[in-house]
Design a protein around this ligand. Structure first.
Ligand SMILES: [Zn+2]
Length: 389
């Protein structure tokens, strides 16, 4: 295995896509804080519209607004619904992709057994597909990103949570109930802490951005994080004098976005968090994963230990993925993976030390290519995927 060499950041390389023959599609990325719609041809966004969900993301409020956002995207792309081959919707799970029913996603409060596919079909009268957002991101990388031409691959996204999409023999692994590929909830530490999902010691509980922040704040509250706290305060001071110091690099084709701000006042969430808000008070300072990462880079031992622990857990997760699926590729996406060598070197060392030789030598581990639009590209890709089946 070429572990040390194979994690390459390919996000800046422009792949020449030859997808001009693909029909136009609409992608909808349904998120907890933001809904985005786009008109796409293959991986290319012709338009993009974003809509903040606000504090009450009930289906009664959100669905009509999503219709409006789709119409805005169509207008902006200079096309009409009659020219669109289908609408793909990427949604937080759990959901049943065969029936298009969304169960009760923790990220979409108020949504309980919503027959989203039928509702959209009644409105638009064109093919509608609904799929788990981690699966659609995996599908996007498989069809148009780092996994192109690779029929057995696993996509692992490490962000506020950890999700996965598994492609086996060119097909999304769904399982009998449509919940296969919940890679963030594989057990890493069977005596560990209780994850939100109910299981103990999940990868998500140990290595997500949320978990990195939780560990830092626990240490601070226990009086062990003076140096980290001082670092965070310095950053906060700095953020008051420097505009927008927080942005992680974004990637991918990114047409200007139309913002539809129905409920004003909310801001985008990012996987590593953003604590540069000038309104934030020092006395309720909550250290987030981004600060921990910066502190680790600055050499603060507690921060380094927290990142190291997450990295090793991710390494164990990769070993499990390699052993379970024998993939040709594992593609890593999500904000936490942008921490780079600080995260990847310990993770890959664990893979090298622990994974069985044959599947380890067969796998390539690579960074995702599609960047922040992966959800929209994957939603749109559902139409191409199901048309091929
Ligand atoms: Zn879990």
């Amino acid at each position: 295995m070429q572990n040390k060499d194979t994690v390459v950041d390919t996000t800046t390389s422009k792949q020449s896509f030859n997808d001009d023959q693909l029909p136009l599609v609409v992608g909808v990325d349904l998120g907890g804080t933001q809904i985005r719609t786009a008109v796409l041809r293959g991986p290319t966004l012709l338009s993009r519209v974003s809509l903040l969900t606000g504090k009450n993301p009930s289906p009664e409020r959100i669905i009509p607004r999503t219709y409006t956002a789709i119409q805005e995207a169509l207008d902006k792309a200079g096309t009409t619904i009659e020219q669109i081959a289908g609408i793909g919707i990427a949604s937080p799970g759990p959901l049943d992709s065969r029936t298009g029913v969304i169960f009760a996603p923790p990220n979409l409060p108020g949504w309980d057994h919503v027959p989203l596919r039928d509702i959209f079909t009644e409105h638009f009268h064109i093919p509608i597909f609904v799929e788990n957002d981690a699966n659609t991101a995996g599908l996007a990388e498989y069809m148009f990103g780092a996994g192109r031409g690779c029929n057995n691959m696993v996509y692992l996204t490490i962000s506020t949570g950890i999700g996965g999409g598994v492609i086996i023999d060119g097909k999304i692994l769904e399982g009998v109930s449509g919940t296969a590929g919940e890679l963030g909830h594989m057990t890493i530490d069977w005596r560990g802490g209780r994850c939100n999902c109910g299981n103990i010691g999940c990868l998500e509980y140990i290595a997500s951005g949320t978990s990195i922040a939780r560990k830092a704040n626990e240490a601070i509250h226990a009086g062990e994080g003076i140096e980290l706290l001082t670092f965070a305060r310095t950053m906060l001071e700095h953020s008051r004098t420097v505009p927008d110091p927080s942005a992680l690099p974004t990637q991918g084709h990114d047409p200007a976005t139309v913002e539809l701000r129905f409920p004003p006042g909310e801001t985008d969430d990012t996987s590593l968090g953003n604590e540069s808000s000038s309104e934030q008070q020092e006395d309720d300072l909550h250290v987030n994963a981004r600060t921990v990462a910066l502190a680790a880079e600055a050499g603060i031992p507690l921060a380094r230990a927290i990142i190291q622990n997450a990295a090793e857990a991710i390494g164990v997760g990769l070993v499990n993925i390699i052993h379970c699926f024998n993939p040709e590729m594992i593609i890593l996406g999500g904000g936490v993976t942008q921490l780079g060598p600080m995260l990847m070197e310990p993770a890959l060392r664990v893979v090298q030390e622990r994974a069985m030789k044959v599947p380890r030598e067969a796998v390539r581990i690579a960074q995702a290519q599609l960047g922040e639009n992966v959800g929209l590209v994957g939603a749109g890709a559902l139409i191409y995927y199901y048309n091929k089946q």
